[in-house]
Design a binder for this molecule. Structure first.
Ligand code: B12
Length: 212
């Protein structure tokens, strides 16, 4: 059985029930959660995104694919978490205001958590003031900000500028990501780091924690 290919197909086709069943069966038969995540669940969402771009998929298809992805993650995510908890650092993360995309952010969170980071998720469509207030209260080592559309990118810049001028005590290192962000943009913002995927994000946070 090629679990990863089957899961990728079920997600892309928006078959929520099948996606959940494949994950349960694959895990029972010894498949690795991380491989199901990368080769199956994420691959399925990327494929749906390509088909949307090519004009073969419409918004309802993407919504169904997203639902199937979430169903698969219910089985995958708990198995990714490693049980030992000696945290390497604290990460606060959220999606900028006006932006409801969170699949990528949630993968980043899952990978950081299984790499022994304590992660506090602010969710989607997070107003700037909430980012500031929660940063002040939680004092994270790293603040992750995601933006997934060109239309919500300006919110990221506003947030970084407000962080610079606010009085939050110990300031977190700000890392940015999401499909709308490029390394040039991150550099222009003056962010401490940028990563294109979840594994790179873990490496980036490890590096930043090492230099604190
Ligand atoms: C799934 C999806 C949706 C789902 C979102 C479900 C959800 N819960 O997230 C739904 C259907 C709700 C949706 C809605 C819309 N969407 Co949409 N969506 C997508 C789609 C197909 C895939 C996004 C995705 O999940 N990719 C897979 C993940 C794994 O990749 P990722 O997000 O890039 O994340 C990785 C990295 O970027 C990085 N990363 C992610 N976050 C972070 C954070 C940090 C700090 C770091 C360091 C790294 C990092 O690691 C991740 C893992 O590898 C994209 C197409 C695309 N090619 O991206 C469009 C896309 C983003 N959407 C788009 C649009 C236009 C919309 C809508 C406006 C459509 C509409 N007409 O209503 C709405 C907007 C809703 C809103 N207010 O936000 C456009 C944006 C265009 C633009 N202006 O830039 C895109 C690009 C499609 C397109 N080609 O037109 N969408």
């Amino acid at each position: 059985m090629d679990w990863e290919a089957d899961l990728k197909r079920a997600i892309c086709e928006g078959d929520e029930i099948k996606a959940g069943e494949i994950v349960e069966q694959a895990l029972q038969e010894g498949a690795k959660a991380l491989e199901l995540l990368e080769g199956g669940a994420v691959a399925g969402i990327y494929e749906a995104g390509h088909l949307w771009k090519a004009g073969e998929f419409f918004l309802p298809d993407i919504i169904l694919a997203t639902e199937a992805y979430k169903e698969a993650m219910k089985g995958i995510e708990p198995r990714l978490a490693n049980e030992e908890r000696a945290y390497k650092g604290k990460v606060l993360i959220g999606t900028v205001e006006g932006d409801a995309h969170d699949i990528g952010k949630n993968i980043v969170i899952a990978m950081l958590r299984c790499s022994s980071y304590e992660v506090i998720d602010l969710g989607i469509d997070v107003p700037m003031q909430e980012f500031l207030d929660r940063t002040g209260a939680i004092q994270p080592d790293v603040l992750g900000v995601g933006a997934y559309m060109s239309t919500t990118l300006p919110k990221m810049e506003e947030l970084v500028r407000s962080m610079e001028s606010s009085d939050l005590g110990r300031k977190p290192r700000i890392i940015v990501g999401g499909a709308a962000v490029t390394s040039d943009y991150a550099e222009k913002l003056g962010a401490a780091g940028y990563a294109t995927n979840a594994a790179e994000t873990v490496e980036l946070v490890d590096r930043l924690m090492g230099s604190r």
